[in-house]
Design a protein around this ligand. Sequence first.
Ligand code: SF4
Length: 425
Amino acid sequence: MPRYHIWTVGCQMNEADSAKLAAGLQRLGWEETHRPEEADLVVLNTCVVRQKAEQRGVSKLAALRRLKERSNGRRPRIAVMGCMVDLRPDSLRERFPFVDVFARPQAFGDVLAAVAPQEDVGGEFWPETFPQTAGPTAYVPVIHGCNKFCTFCIVPYRRGRERSRPIAEVTHEVEVLVARGVKEVTLLGQTVEAYGHDLPERTSLADLFRAIHGIDGLERIRFLTSYPKDMTDDIIQAVAELPKVCECFNIPVQSGDDTILARMRRGYTLSEYRDVVDKIRRRLPAAAISTDIIVGFCGETDDQFRRTCDLLAELRFDKVHVAAYSPRPGTIAWRTLADDVPQQVKMERLHIVEGLQEGIAAEINARLEGTVQEVLVEGEKGGKLNGRTRSDKIVHLHGQARPGELANVSIEKTSAWSLQGRLVD
Ligand code: SF4
């Protein structure tokens, strides 16, 4: 039986793509191995959202080159997939001549065509290929690509324009996953609220929530990543009305300064962003809201950075994913703006945001001490069960429960990063 090894770096969408490709290979009789040296096919599913992620892919390729040289180039077949691959991979072919195939994000057929040309993977093969899930949770991509073109972002150039999957196709996938034991699905998109705008029936994320909400055995529905300008009253209303949809939003703001937001071409002002957060908190007071921040973007002054810190102190997010600006070749910022904030200043600002957010998250989580939270048990680590609340907080718990169970947990201890508790009833 031929064996494959898939190495993945990057976002949830990349994880979902790797799971889909793995499922396709398994359908064709391939077996997974966790050791690249044992594999007949090694796939690197890459990310270039920041220099660091891209460098990890390049280092992996260097190791694979040595591995392949040891077998006089015969084995393994090497495929590079994901956001490292653009429309014209010629320069990649020159840089990495030992790679057998370069495939753009979701170009699963290109990988299989290179390693199993005899197999027919056209027609219903991929629409009927669903990831094997290890636990009670699964990612379900619902819209691919992005039309926004923020100046710092490479995604639209690598994943193309927004393309939604029909509601019937998504519903079918969720039904199959639930039949395999999945209890929670996370609906994925770069800008998930744009879901349905491009479909002939012009449907919406709220309609998709309503369509899958009735699936027996499905306990929870999550969604990410949000884009402030696409958030609608109907989506907020659907989250409030539909018990299975978790009141948990990830809405990247990126900066607390309007001049920087304009330079990023984010397409909204801080006052518009605040309106979205206010609307959610008025309709869903218990909602968890997290965000993404880029520090050290082109031209960011101390005052502009201070405004980002002021915004975090004002809006008090449950989580903040912070990153230092990393110029990406081919983006608008790369072409038109100077990367003029010194790396040392970027890292200082990153640590300031991390410190500020640690304090805020610790205070928010401390309020949960003594409460009982509904937790979806996901697994066990180090003899302790773990799972997540509806607001996506990690819980380490004592007691007897199986993965996939929805359990009530009395919270006994909290930190900025997780909660600890004991099963009740
Ligand atoms: S919304 Fe902006 S940051 Fe997000 S994927 Fe699209 S272009 Fe990138």
